[in-house]
Design a protein around this ligand. Sequence first.
Ligand SMILES: [Zn+2]
Length: 678
Amino acid sequence: MNWKFTTLILAALSAAVPAFAQHKASEPVLDVSAMDKTADPCVDFYAYSCGSWRKKNPIPPDQSSWSTYGKLEDENRAQLRTILEEAANANSQRDAVAQKIGDFYASCMDESAIEKLGAKPLLPALEAIAALQSKRDLANYIATAQFPPSLEAGGALFAFRSTQDFKDSTQVIAEVDQGGLGLPDRDYYSKDDPKSQELRKSYVAHIAKMFELLGDKSTDAAAEAATVMRIETALASGQMTRVERRDPPQLYHKMSLEELQKLAPSFFWDTYFKKTGAGPLSSLNVVAPGYFHVMNEELEKESLADWKTYLRWHATHAAASDLSSAFVRENFNFYGKLLRGRQELPPRWKRCTNDVDNDLGEALGQAYVAKYFSPEAKQAALKIVKEVEAAMESEIHALPWMGSATKEQALTKLHAIANKVGYPDAWRDYSSLQVIRGDEIGNSERAAWFEFHRWLAKIGKPVDRKEWDMTPPTVNADYDPQRNDINFPAGILQPPLFSALSDAAPNYGDTGATMGHELTHGFDDEGSQFDANGNLRNWWTEADRKEFDKRAQCVVDQYSGYTVIDDIKINGKLTNGEDLADLGGTLLAYLAWKEDTKNQKLEPLDGMTPEQRFFVAYGQSWCSNERDEDKRLRATVDPHSPEKYRANGVVSNMKEFQDAFHCKPGQPMVRENACRVW
Ligand SMILES: [Zn+2]
């Protein structure tokens, strides 16, 4: 659940040998053959670092983009496949974990059994919707539907989950949030440029096709799709924007159940919470009260028949990828092809591997780390984290713009950060989750309910600070402001991003910068509002906060000037936290590397100085190709800037880079008004 965590990238996935698999270890962290040495690093550093990589790595047909991270994800997925195919062999000796992941995978791979069922697995849900007698029954239905209420924004009406209390981070409370849309963001319903209008038409056509697959007549299906669009457009109008959601105080409205009932009286909250198993709640956080006000208006305005249409769509949408190929293909045509530009549906093994990673991530993860993550790699990664943290400590002491009172608080926060590397100390217990071989949709449903109840079970209990939100094979990293911890799964600590066999410069330039990035999130526009204990509390003097805001605004202005595609510019306010983390993180990694190697004589290699190699490794961590559709989608939903600017935007602010490549004032990679915060 990464809804408010700050990650590195958009999240978004043989024989049992006891030795650790080393087949990727030969891939260097810095790949000279990926560079374009005809490009001038002071004019376009991204082209210099990644020019040949971009030519040699066209986007595979089943991908919307292709990058250093995407490639590694694909390689990790192939390793997971090996583990799963072995575990799926019911005739072998399997422990409880292997049985669960193996049977889950085998059921998902059994395409002919799934095909035979067609839309049948949806029938109980469709019948339950048809049987609703009044709008009063909506709460009961949503709380007990085939798939559980949504933890994130995507399901019917709203999201429900647990969260750490913003004002008391030791406690877990319940939380409701805006949701109920089928498109990726509220803005998709209101933007009126021709591309957005066209996309909305395609979305309505997609909904209609899904209704037709359920057996509706095409004229009925078209009318039903229009109804869904009308309801979702109204719901979208009440939602907060992504930029508004970057301000934590705007997301905290703790209220009693009575107050929520007053805010949205047409929904039977009491019934809903009881039926979900959350029990009687005394209070909860309502993330976006404005949304629930609008939702209530819609509940009153729209007829029961139209709400049933809306629920039929969401029930079908939620189950689409578990149904027969007609549903899978139509779902892909809209969400994969039109929205993201993918040309082909990923092969079934990739989709099934992703499903096991999503639903049984810490069971599959156990097998993954045993095979692909050595204790040496963990120690090597931890060492870099500590060096980067030491660099931040020195930087805070030396900051010219921050007063001593704020510095003391910043250091307290820094010292309190927990470093989580590789995988959790204790693995999640899946023993209560029943996996039945041959029951694909049943397994998906039970796994989704298991996860939903796992979140609800935390309400009213103290926080488990040891918990992980990403699975071990994930190629990503994150900072959680409420737990005040940084997380680096085993999946990202792999070649070519990191190698225990590499010399220090590329490891610091690549993975060191990632670690600096996550660390800096604790002190970005959002993270800086939480204290050492993870409470939303201002620990800044007014004057220091002003100085910080001024420097953060410099970065907003810089990135807002970059073009994503056509006339779409980066939304510098949306990407500010990530841009600050990239800038601060790279500087910290550089300083940490210098400190770590201060007693060594570093020699040039491959015609580059050690400093140049540090920066090229950083640049190469962002090598990528993206489809136009993906660029447009990311410009709206992704808080990370496009890769090119994650490289060039950072180095053009850094004197250390300009010295390394002897860049001159006036060249593009030398910004006149360089930004610097940390
Ligand atoms: Zn980040």
